[in-house]
Design a protein around this ligand. Structure first.
Ligand code: NAD
Length: 267
């Protein structure tokens, strides 16, 4: 049984995570936190998530939670860094869903968690992770003569762009072509941009309403177009994947893993 702390428990994902842990076999919620000042401090985590009472009160101090095996963290980069220090200090594993890390912060995170078994994924859905593999294969087969564009759409509250999943798709696509995404990515077009650079990978971002997450990789030739499209319609899909990653971590040695490892998708 994996004893789990969900940090950021009243967030859009936090509530789903509490529910997913409560429903999972092999996982048990022993702690839930929110930022100091949240109206949920002291209330039952189950009530917060809209399920039966769990007997775990939401705390503003992750260090004061009951002893746990793993922290599941879908919060914000700065908060995740603080949680990582705690995980390293207390010997807890970590499942990280937070996106929007600047490169320097990501390096710091990896350094802090050097001795910890960690799963970090931009998207915990099984369908998205399968799509990443399909994109990698399509890019290798179709080659750079097919113009590649990545489209993503999310709800109006999302603060980072392009989404972590769109970037993961870009990296999978670049990987399939044997190039580095940083060398070929085009994140914005405005004004007189000139014609499309051969081999570039363009990104298109839409924000609005309550869209849970849509991602599409397009390979566009003069005569045909291949599209690999994923639509998430309920956040529970990410929460279930994250809990699956948490239970998978039980038997892993320290290291940096992603959903390809959890789902055994590596060749
Ligand atoms: P949200 O704003 O609804 O939730 C974040 C929660 O974290 C908030 O309740 C906030 O109060 C809390 N928080 C912030 N700092 C904290 C701290 N120091 N201690 C405790 N709690 C703290 O956001 P969301 O839509 O749930 O998304 C959260 C993150 O997860 C974002 O980075 C988002 O991009 C990412 N996300 C990842 C996936 C995935 O599959 N990897 C899926 C959905 C969202």
């Amino acid at each position: 049984m994996m004893r789990v702390i969900v940090v950021g428990a009243s967030g859009r994902m936090g509530r789903m995570l509490v529910r997913a842990v409560a429903e999972a076999e092999g996982a048990e919620l022993v702690g839930a936190t929110e930022r100091p000042g949240s109206g949920w401090i002291g209330q039952d985590a189950g009530t917060l998530a809209g399920v039966a009472e769990i007997g775990v009160a939401v705390s503003d101090d992750p260090g004061a939670c009951a002893e746990a095996d793993v922290i599941i963290d879908f919060t914000a980069p700065q908060a995740t860094l603080a949680h990582a220090s705690l995980a390293a200090e207390k010997g807890m594993r970590m499942v990280i869903g937070t996106t929007g890390f600047e490169p320097g912060m990501l390096a710091e995170l990896r350094k802090t968690l050097a001795g910890v078994p960690v799963v970090m994924a931009a998207n915990y859905s099984v369908g998205v992770n399968l799509s990443l593999e399909l994109i990698r294969r399509a890019a290798a087969v179709l080659g750079p003569d097919y113009d590649a564009e990545i489209f993503e759409a999310h709800h109006r509250h999302k603060v980072d762009a392009p989404s972590g999943t769109a970037l993961a798709m870009g990296r999978a696509l670049a990987d399939g072509r044997g190039v580095d995404l940083d060398d070929v990515a085009v994140y914005a077009r405005q004004g007189i941009t000139g014609p499309r650079q051969p081999g570039s990978i363009g990104f298109v971002v839409v924000r609005g309403g309550n869209i849970v997450g849509e991602h599409k990789a397009m390979f566009i030739a003069d005569e045909e177009r291949v599209e690999i499209n994923h639509v998430a319609s309920d956040r529970m899909v990410f929460a279930r994947g994250a809990v699956r990653a948490a239970t998978w971590l039980k038997d892993q040695s320290p290291g940096w893993y992603d959903m390809r490892d959890v789902l055994n998708l590596r060749d």
